[in-house]
Every structure is written in structure tokens, then in C-alpha cells.
Design a protein around this ligand. Structure first.
Ligand SMILES: Cc1ncc(COP(=O)(O)O)c(C=O)c1O
Length: 417
């Protein structure tokens, strides 16, 4: 793995030296001299792939050919699933998977997710039926699904929120007894495990993202995995406009969603380091939790016993009253410390303008989702991030927290908390 500029020059002064001074928003010096990004793609030395790039260029086979096939096979082996079909991104993968499963009518989906989950339904002319997320795991609340099933429901679409596996066993049972398809948006879940099994072979189909913000990146790309050979065949045709195998006809109304050989190659090379990235993320998340757990008003996502999250995002939830500052204020305060964070997921899908305009009318009806969207803040995390960066981010948060606590009365009163 190659260290980028940011990881080579993390620090100008030690955390402890800065702990006694004020946070920047109250007149102090920033914790980081240069911006600490929330995410950096974990890559490798580009010299390692020069000969393969030459081969790709000289062969003229530049898209969905040898290296994409090798990447697909390597992923299928790693994830222990029969078929892995690489596509241009997870959004197109979801759109094609929804189409390939023949879904129609209504699909049950969380609103506390990234917007593309639900876009894939709208593009297939399907009505999303939102179910609240559960407090703690922030995954779709399985106990609230069956009350939303109607004669029009064709599938359930759970999401690995921040990489955390949803309640797969329960969801599989619910789908089975109601004769529904089960399609996982696993965009953030590459490397996650549920009761010892890797994400990839659950439900009818799983869809991963390989964008630069993901645990495994191909720079851009997506991966659709399934044990259903017929569906995999459809996906291979449909990512290429729906062309028949011999190219003489169009069998399906597909998309232009192929993936280039260069992306396949990058994905293949990055897959070598996946375990290392997952371990680093796991350790950094543990470090974050250890350093922040004593702060009142800060809580973390719960991963169910026996499951492992890919750790795609490290999200803290801020209870403004206890913390002494809202999530939005903490976001601004950390920005001033040169720390990039993300309000995540915010706004929840049903609160986004595009969805509001669709007239779905869920406002106030998904209380856990709306609270999570107001309180969640993703902190910097990536597969080659140094532990001292975590220490400094936590130092900055603690400094802000301590200052707010010391002036709690005034600050809370000013903010009406
Ligand atoms: C949950 C979820 N679904 C879908 C997507 C879309 O992925 P892509 O950017 O590869 O289309 C993302 C991307 O961040 C995501 O987080």
C-alpha cells in the first residue's frame, strides 16, 4: 500500500500540548495544520500495474474483458458466492438487480440510507415504502416490516448501514414467509460478516459499491453477487445494453453499465490488501470508541453479537443536550480544527427535496430515522489512516466537549438546549 501525502504529514504538535488550549471556534489554534479528509481511497504504487496497463492498451480490449473477469472470479472466491458481476457503480448495479428480479409495485426499504438505494427503485417505476430504522444498529427495523406488506409488495431491500449487517436471518424469514424477494444494498458492506458468513451470498442478490469511499475500491465500480445463475446471466447481458450472448440481438432493455479493464485491474490489485484494510478499520474504530466513550451525549452504532461490520464509516451520534452542542455545531467546530466530517445520512431520503416532491408524505412518521439523521456525524476513517490521527480527532472533540461543559449553562442557554 502506498501512503498518500496526508498520512505522511499528520502532525505538527502533539495532542496533549493542545488539550489545554481553547477549541478554534473559541479562539484557539487548529488541532490539524492541514485538512484531515474524512476518507482517502486506499491504493497502491501505480508502478505495480504498468505492465498490465501496457498489455490492456496494446490488446485493444479495454472494457469488461480479461481483468474484469479475473476480478469477478477473485471476488466470487473471496465472498464465497457463485457469481460476481462487475458493473459501472452500485447505483447501476441496484437498478439492474431490481429489474433482473422482476420487481414491481412496492418495495420496502429504509429511509436512513444513501439516496441511491431508493433511486434504483424510482428508476424502475417502483414505489418505495419506507420503514423506520432501529435504535442502536440503525439498520432497517425488521419488527416493523410485516405491517407494511401489501398485495403490491414485491421485495424487501435492506442496507448494510455504514457496513453493519442488518438482521439477515430475520429478514430472510420475513421474505420467505411472505413470498418476497430479498435484495441487499451492500454498497458499504464489502468484508462484513454475519454469524461467520461473509456478505455476498445472502438473499436473492447483494450489490456492493467500489467507489473511492468504499472499503474495497476500483476507483469507481460496483459488484453484484448472487447464487442465482439465471440472474447473473441477465446481469451480464443487461450491463451491456441487454445484448444477447452472440451480440446479434437485444434480449433485454439494459443499461450501459460496463466496467473498464483499468478499473477491474485496480479492483483486483486492491483485493490483495482487503484483509489488512478491514483490520486497520476495525482497530481504528475500537480506538475511536475507547477514546470517546467517556463523553456524555456521544453514542455509537451497535453491531449485533456474532456480526462484523466492514467499518466503512465511523459514525458518532450526538445528543445535543448531554453533549452541550448540536451535531451541526460540532460539525462546524471540527471543520475549524481542519477536520472534515460528514452529516450522515442527512437528510434522510424521505426528507430530501426530490422525494418530498414525489409526495410520499413520511414526514414525522419515521422518528428513529429523523433523529439519527439529525445526530449522526461520520468521522475520518480509511484503511491506511494512522492511529495518531484518530487520537488527534478525539482530542479535538474532547477539547470542544470540555469547553462546552465548562461553559455549559451559557452555551446551552444560548442554543435553547
Ligand atoms: C448505501 C449505498 N447505496 C448505494 C450507493 C451508491 O454507490 P455508487 O456510488 O457506487 O453508485 C452508495 C454509495 O455511497 C451507498 O452508500
Amino acid at each position: 500500500m502506498i501512503a498518500d501525502k496526508e498520512t505522511r504529514m499528520i502532525t505538527d504538535r502533539k495532542v496533549e500540548e493542545k488539550m489545554d488550549s481553547n477549541p478554534v471556534i473559541f479562539g484557539g489554534e487548529p488541532m490539524f495544520k492541514d485538512l484531515l479528509h474524512i476518507i482517502r481511497p486506499t491504493l497502491f504504487d501505480p508502478d505495480e500495474i504498468v505492465s498490465e496497463i501496457r498489455e490492456i492498451f496494446s490488446s485493444g480490449n479495454v472494457t469488461t474483458s480479461k481483468y474484469v473477469k479475473k476480478f469477478e472470479e477473485a471476488c466470487a472466491g473471496y465472498l464465497d458466492v457463485k457469481n460476481a458481476v462487475a458493473v459501472s457503480n452500485a447505483t447501476s448495479g441496484l437498478m439492474l438487480a431490481v429489474k433482473g428480479l422482476g420487481l414491481k409495485g412496492e418495495v420496502i426499504v429504509p429511509s436512513f440510507t444513501f439516496t441511491a438505494t431508493v433511486h434504483s427503485l424510482i428508476w424502475n417505476n417502483i414505489k418505495p415504502v419506507f420503514v423506520d430504522c432501529e435504535q442502536g444498529t440503525y439498520n432497517i427495523d425488521a419488527s416493523k416490516i410485516e405491517e407494511k406488506i401489501t398485495s403490491r409488495t414485491s421485495a424487501i431491500m435492506p442496507v448494510y448501514i455504514f457496513g453493519n449487517p442488518p438482521r439477515i436471518k430475520e429478514l430472510t424469514k420475513i421474505a420467505g414467509r411472505n413470498n418476497l424477494k430479498l435484495i441487499f444494498d451492500s454498497a458499504q458492506g464489502f468484508g462484513s460478516k454475519c454469524q461467520g458468513l461473509k456478505a455476498g451470498g445472502f438473499g436473492d442478490v447483494e450489490v456492493f459499491s467500489l467507489s473511492p469511499t468504499k472499503v474495497l475500491t476500483a476507483i469507481e465500480g460496483g459488484l453484484v453477487t448472487t447464487n442465482n445463475d439465471e440472474l447473473a446471466e441477465f446481469l451480464r447481458r443487461a450491463r451491456d445494453y441487454g445484448k444477447s450472448r452472440d451480440g446479434s440481438d437485444i434480449d433485454d432493455v439494459g443499461l450501459s453499465a460496463r466496467i473498464s479493464e483499468l478499473h477491474g485491474l485496480v479492483g483486483l490489485k486492491n483485493l490483495r490488501n482487503i484483509e489488512k484494510c478491514l483490520n486497520t478499520r476495525g482497530k481504528l474504530i475500537k480506538e475511536y470508541k475507547g477514546l470517546l466513550s467517556s463523553l456524555e451525549g456521544v453514542s455509537f452504532q451497535e453491531v449485533l453479537e456474532g456480526n462484523i461490520s466492514s467499518g466503512n464509516y465511523m459514525v458518532i451520534f450526538i445528543d445535543a443536550k448531554q453533549f452541550g452542542m448540536t451535531r451541526d455545531e460540532l460539525y462546524e467546530a471540527l471543520k475549524a480544527e481542519n477536520i472534515q466530517t460528514k452529516k450522515y445520512f442527512y437528510p434522510a431520503v424521505h426528507m430530501q427535496k426530490a422525494y418530498f416532491l414525489l409526495g410520499l408524505d413520511y414526514n414525522g412518521k419515521l422518528p428513529v430515522t429523523e433523529k439519527a439523521a439529525e445526530e449522526g456525524l461520520a468521522l475520518p476513517l480509511y484503511g491506511h489512516m494512522r492511529p495518531d490521527a484518530v487520537e488527534k480527532v478525539c482530542g479535538a472533540i474532547k477539547r470542544i466537549y470540555n469547553y462546552c461543559r465548562s461553559k455549559k449553562e451559557t452555551i446551552c442557554a444560548q442554543r435553547g438546549l
